[in-house]
Design a protein around this ligand. Structure first.
Ligand code: PLP
Ligand code: CA
Length: 302
């Protein structure tokens, strides 16, 4: 492999990386799994890192599931991961509202799926929209007037396979007409592995549609925003300088690592291929890169 402006993971650099960190933050899609398929060697890698006393945390931008639903997914893939080790962009949206003292009498309109609704409800917020509104149609007749709930104080936009014109209008009208209404995006990934073999439009697509209609930028709570890190640090006794973010995307995972002061390891098992990493136009450089997390096992045991 050629020499990019970051180092290839070697036996020496793997050893010094492991010695210099207390925790590994793993991105999920492209690192742990691809869609619903486990990536080879993940379970052996997790076992080794746990044996070495490392804390493992999982951070996903995919908002379609809640932490509870993700712990089920981990278990179904044969990985023992508890809910409190999982940080999703759906959870981040709920925690953002909580941390910002979102008034309990206000409602949240959701352009997204069940994971966001579940996390908002668990945090005690009243919310609506979601898959249910995917069934709603509007008739664009000349005298039609679109009614909306004036008590909506925040709109959360995430990946939504039921996205439609009704939801776009609901989100647009709340953000532009309800005074002080927050516009929150779970994440802006342009695409994601909705299925194992293919990428599909990601939450960034829905966010861009709503953002264009209101001519406003959202508050992003998932990677690369450092918002999630505050929760992580409250939950565990960790220091970011002694953490390593492992991910497959430069503009979310590696940037998240840079934004929060973590060490960074890019794996080529997901959406970034070597030519993109090496391209002169790429300005986001991980500290280290390697083929997949499984390399840690081979390099550390030799
Ligand atoms: N959002 C959606 C809808 C996805 O399908 C994916 C990947 O499958 C992602 C986000 C990115 O997830 P992660 O942060 O785990 O790579
Ligand atoms: Ca990823």
């Amino acid at each position: 492999l050629p020499d990019p402006p970051c180092g290839l993971l070697t036996a020496d650099s793997a050893r010094s990386l492991v010695d210099s960190v207390d925790a590994f933050l793993f991105d999920c899609d492209g690192v742990i799994w691809k869609g619903d398929k486990l990536i080879e060697g993940v379970s052996q890698t997790m076992e080794l890192l746990r044996k070495l006393g490392k804390k493992l945390v999982f951070v996903t931008n995919n908002s379609r599931k809640s932490r509870r639903q993700y712990s089920k997914k981990f278990r179904s893939l044969g990985l023992e991961v508890t809910e409190d080790e999982i940080f999703t962009s759906s959870f981040a949206a709920a925690m953002f509202l909580k941390l910002n003292n979102f008034p309990p009498e206000k409602k949240v309109y959701v352009v997204g799926e069940d994971g966001i609704l579940e996390e908002l409800k668990l945090a005690g917020f009243e919310c609506f929209g979601g898959p249910e509104d995917g069934k709603k149609n509007i008739k664009l007749e000349a005298d039609f007037y679109f009614e909306h709930d004036k008590s909506v104080g925040a709109v959360v936009v995430g990946l939504d396979q039921y996205f439609n014109y009704y939801k776009m209008q609901y989100a647009r009208i709340c953000i532009s007409e309800n005074p002080g209404c927050l516009f929150i995006a779970t994440n802006r990934d342009p695409s994601g592995h909705m299925t194992s073999g293919q990428e599909w439009p990601g939450a960034g697509t829905m966010v861009a549609a709503v953002s264009c209609s209101v001519q406003k930028e959202p508050i992003v709570v998932g990677k690369p925003s450092s918002f999630l890190m505050d929760f992580l640090l409250k939950s565990f006794n960790l220091e970011t300088s002694r953490m390593c973010m492992v991910g497959d995307r430069l503009d979310t995972d590696i940037l998240f690592g840079h934004n929060t002061g973590c060490k960074t390891l890019l794996v080529l098992s997901g959406c970034t291929a070597l030519p993109e990493l090496l391209d002169a136009s790429n300005k986001i450089h991980p500290d280290l890169y390697t083929t997949s997390v499984y390399d840690l096992v081979g390099l550390l045991q030799n």
